[in-house]
Design a protein around this ligand. Structure first.
Ligand code: B12
Ligand code: SF4
Ligand code: SF4
Length: 304
């Protein structure tokens, strides 16, 4: 085991702002791959063909980096002390501020450069939601947290409002113990989900998920889906989780909501022209839905 290297890497990742770092040995994810393939076979991925097209790689990180030895899983908080008003159209917390892909990619790049400088021959490859990696499965293996029944990763102390990133590295490290599942007999998230998307504990049907419908779906939202006031993403199953009651906030102001769109009425948000939409949401996750998706989502909301 490489204790010195492991502690140096933990230090570097902490310096970059990640609140938790965990290590696991890279191997094929057999059980998780079977789950993933079954999920795809049942059509639970809706039209996210980019998942089915890369299912093989997702189950086996050596197909993306053949000399990868260890997975460094990282967690970065995004929740802020702001709260949205329940009677206004709601955007999910992760998308209130600037785009996490850009913010975290910069931090990962910096961390990788420092890690590669620790010893000759160290090679790294980093992802944040932008690679064919089962990020949640690795976060569990690396001891970051357990996969809750709503399918997100929960850190016992900090809750689940954090992003997951990872760095693959060609060195052996001091591996962490996988996290224990602390959901117990609770099932608050599944009961609170307004669409029944959590069809079994630990299993989510994207077709029914408001998050999928308002972010990823490029077509009409089916009439039987009640988006329940959400116009981009959905946080209901995490908002009700007892592990999110203690509040831990990000220190990164880039995730604070922009007052130009936060807690505005449906009328105000609907009045944005395409140019205003592009300006206000430039460099934010909301841009992903494009102006047509924005208008579609607003037209579905019951909130005013
Ligand atoms: C596709 C995707 C989505 C899809 C599908 C969600 C899903 N649950 O898979 C949609 C668009 C719906 C979505 C929504 C959201 N997403 Co998303 N998404 C992803 C993405 C790109 C892939 C996830 C994936 O592989 N899904 C495939 C399915 C099969 O995986 P799974 O649900 O984990 O399934 C596992 C379980 O079913 C398990 N299993 C099966 N049986 C059993 C039995 C037991 C006992 C157990 C324990 C497990 C188990 O095995 C499966 C395979 O591992 C990841 C990034 C990445 N590359 O990993 C981000 C990611 C999961 N999303 C993220 C976020 C933040 C969200 C939202 C909160 C955004 C929002 N506010 O709207 C919501 C949350 C919705 C929810 N309740 O999950 C974060 C989660 C961070 C965290 N703390 O966990 C990730 C990791 C992105 C990131 N880098 O931070 N997302
Ligand atoms: S994100 Fe919303 S719709 Fe999706 S599972 Fe959670 S509560 Fe249900
Ligand atoms: S609400 Fe309960 S069942 Fe759902 S993830 Fe949180 S602790 Fe687990």
């Amino acid at each position: 085991m490489n204790t010195d290297l492991s502690s140096e890497i933990r230090k570097i990742c902490r310096e970059e702002g990640f609140f938790k770092t965990g290590f696991s040995k890279i191997e094929e994810l057999k059980k998780e791959s079977d789950y993933l393939n079954q999920w795809i076979c049942e059509g639970r991925n809706a039209d996210m063909n980019w998942i089915s097209n890369t299912a093989g790689k997702r189950g086996n990180p050596r197909l993306i980096m053949d000399d990868a030895v260890s997975m460094i899983s990282l967690a970065y908080l995004y929740d802020t002390p702001c709260e949205h008003k329940d009677d206004k159209p709601k955007i999910s917390r992760y998308a209130w501020g600037k785009d996490y892909h850009k913010i975290l990619k910069k931090k990962l790049k910096s961390a990788c450069a420092k890690i590669e400088a620790l010893e000759p021959g160290i090679k790294t490859r980093a992802y944040v939601d932008d690679g064919p990696v089962l990020e949640k499965s690795w976060a569990v293996k690396s001891g970051i947290g357990w996969q809750g029944k709503h399918t997100n990763i929960i850190e016992p102390e900090y809750g689940s409002f954090f992003f997951i990133c990872e760095i693959l590295v060609n060195k052996e490290l001091d591996y962490d113990r996988p996290a224990d599942d602390l959901c117990g007999s609770c099932s608050i998230c599944a009961s609170a989900c307004p669409t029944g998307a959590i069809y079994e504990p630990y299993k989510l049907d994207a077709n029914l998920c408001i998050s999928y419908q308002t972010i990823e779906n490029r077509n009409e939202i089916p009439s039987h889906i009640n988006t329940d006031g959400w116009i981009f993403g959905c946080d209901i199953c995490q908002d009700v989780c007892p592990y999110n009651k203690k509040k831990f906030f990000t220190e990164d102001n880039l995730f604070l909501p922009n007052p130009l769109h936060f807690n505005k009425s449906k009328e105000e948000l609907s009045s944005f022209t395409e140019e205003q939409f592009n300006n206000i949401f430039s460099g934010t996750p909301v841009k992903r839905t494009k102006f047509t998706g924005w208008k579609r989502n607003l037209s579905k909301t019951i909130n005013n």
